[in-house]
Design a protein around this ligand. Structure first.
Ligand code: GDP
Length: 476
């Protein structure tokens, strides 16, 4: 916001020369036709004993998420993500759950893949996100969308805890999402569920029967065994979490998948988080807007409305939104279009002024301002011993003012998944004798994540210490 000196004088009923003089006193040399910023104008006016109100003309890009009256909240189904090491049976488990819960009328019908589905367990519903893996889960979080209420961690009973199992545990923990362990493939002759439990304890998941609070369920996705038990446990955990939402308000939620269909135009799978989405609603989703022309559930059946935790396929967007985009219903088309336009403009502006989201010194600055007390770090190293040595050394560097939080440590190159976890958790990445792979490098650039590479442990410690005392030179 700016104002021309002459106009300012006129508004205050003062002579231009007086205003220019006051400006000079403030160290600003201005002419009669010069524009001065709102801040300076406010200072000058204050000198004359006048209070200036700066008009807020910032274009609307954010839609306020108005909190609901607790009285209006009703129980909603849990939203579940299935995670775990590759080949441990995530996809098989999702298929098994879907198939065991297809009701008679639907049997033979085509269940189509829309990115999520709902099952019915004795009248209670559970929503499953159909894109297995912690990568998808964290990519969504990095975009600001927290949609998962419960993580099901699949561990193959014949293979045990593997590197991606540990990753999944850390991703779920970083998001504060409760974990239920599905010990899969118990039909195999060499299955050893007890060993799996033992290994889990090493990563902080203590089974209930051993006095901890982690629920473990034996299943066989292949033989469809233990599925009902798993679903029951999910409902149990959901009940304890008291998941609620107000169904009687304009809908808000998250885009799970989206694509351009040749015949139907942009098609987006959306998960309603609160409110009820209806055919005919106007909505904004990320940089796109539209009107719900038609909605389909996960069976491909047309529906007219969808309440909290219900995944739906939506036709009628102007463009293809991105997975992880928040959508919200607005009053009319004009507002929807306007907000989407404003966001596009804002994004272009941001691209011009790219700033690091999580460079080490940027994080330290944020901490100073916000009194935040945790520095999140991801460690990747060439050998397990180095990960542990760094973890211990760094945790000792932490002080009462700044706690150091190693949210994930692992062996191997820095991957795109590590970068997304850093983005979702506002963390930096420390690579010790390892480098980022090509995808990770691209992602780090896009997400503006600080990836720091070292070959000597004490240099890591020195840098973190220096950063903590605010002395660190920005790394180029
Ligand atoms: P994902 O990579 O975690 O999604 O794993 P998949 O679901 O693709 O399964 C990997 C392999 O394990 C496939 O060959 C499955 O048939 C097999 N598998 C999955 N669940 C079971 C199970 O309960 N028992 C046995 N014996 N094999 C299974």
């Amino acid at each position: 916001e700016t104002v021309v000196v002459q106009d300012l004088a006129q508004k205050m009923g003062k002579k231009v020369s007086e205003v220019i003089k006051q400006l000079m006193n403030l160290g600003v040399l201005a002419t009669i036709n010069q524009e001065i910023d709102a801040e300076t104008a406010t200072l000058v006016a204050a000198e004359f004993g006048i209070e200036v109100k700066v008009k807020d003309t910032k274009p609307v890009t954010e839609l306020e998420d108005i909190p609901d009256d607790p009285e209006l909240l009703k129980e909603r189904p849990p939203v579940v993500t299935v995670m775990g090491h590759v080949d441990h049976g995530k996809t098989s488990l999702l298929d098994a759950i879907r198939q065991t819960n297809v009701t008679a009328t639907e049997a033979g019908g085509i269940t189509q893949h829309i990115g999520a589905y709902q099952v019915d367990v004795d009248g209670k519903k559970i929503t499953f996100l159909d894109t297995p893996g912690h990568e998808a889960f964290t990519a969504m979080r990095a975009r600001g969308a927290q949609i998962t209420d419960i993580a099901v961690l699949v561990v193959a009973a014949d293979d045990g805890v593997m590197p991606q199992t540990v990753e999944a545990i850390n991703h779920a923990k970083a998001a504060n999402v409760p974990i239920i362990v599905a010990i899969n493939k118990i039909d195999k002759p060499n299955a050893n569920p007890e060993r799996v439990k033992q290994e889990l304890t090493e990563h902080g998941l203590i089974p209930e029967e051993w006095g901890g609070d982690t629920i473990c369920v034996n299943v066989s996705a292949l033989k469809r065994e233990g599925i009902d038990n798993l679903l029951e446990m999910i409902l149990l955990v959901a009940e304890m979490a008291e998941l609620k939402a107000n169904p009687d308000r304009p809908a808000r939620g998250v885009v799970i998948e989206a694509e351009l269909d040749k015949g139907r135009g942009p098609v987006a799978t959306m998960l309603v988080q609160k409110g009820t989405l209806k055919v005919g609603d106007y909505l904004v989703a990320g940089l796109t807007h539209g009107r719900v022309r038609a909605m389909m559930d996960h069976r491909g059946q047309r529906i007219k409305k969808a309440g909290p935790s219900v995944p739906v396929e939506v036709l009628g967007m102007s463009d293809v939104p991105e997975p992880g985009d928040i959508f919200q219903v607005v009053e009319d088309e004009k507002l929807a279009r306007q907000i989407a336009e404003n966001r596009k403009a804002e994004k272009r502006e941001e691209e011009l002024h790219k700033t690091a989201r999580a460079s080490l010194d940027e994080l330290m600055k944020q901490m100073k301002d916000a009194q935040a007390k945790e520095l999140n770090i991801i460690i990747k190293a060439d050998v397990h011993g180095s990960v542990e040595a760094l973890r211990q050394a760094l945790e000792q560097v932490g002080t009462e003012e700044v706690r150091i939080n190693i949210i994930h440590g692992g062996v191997g190159a820095i991957t795109e998944t590590d970068v997304m976890l850093a983005a979702a958790s506002n963390a930096i990445i420390i690579g010790f004798n390892v480098r980022p792979d090509a995808n990770a490098r691209k992602a780090a650039e896009k997400e503006k994540i600080d990836v720091r590479l070292y070959r000597v442990i004490y240099e890591v410690i020195d840098d973190i210490k220096a950063a903590m005392s605010g002395l660190l030179e920005p790394e180029i």
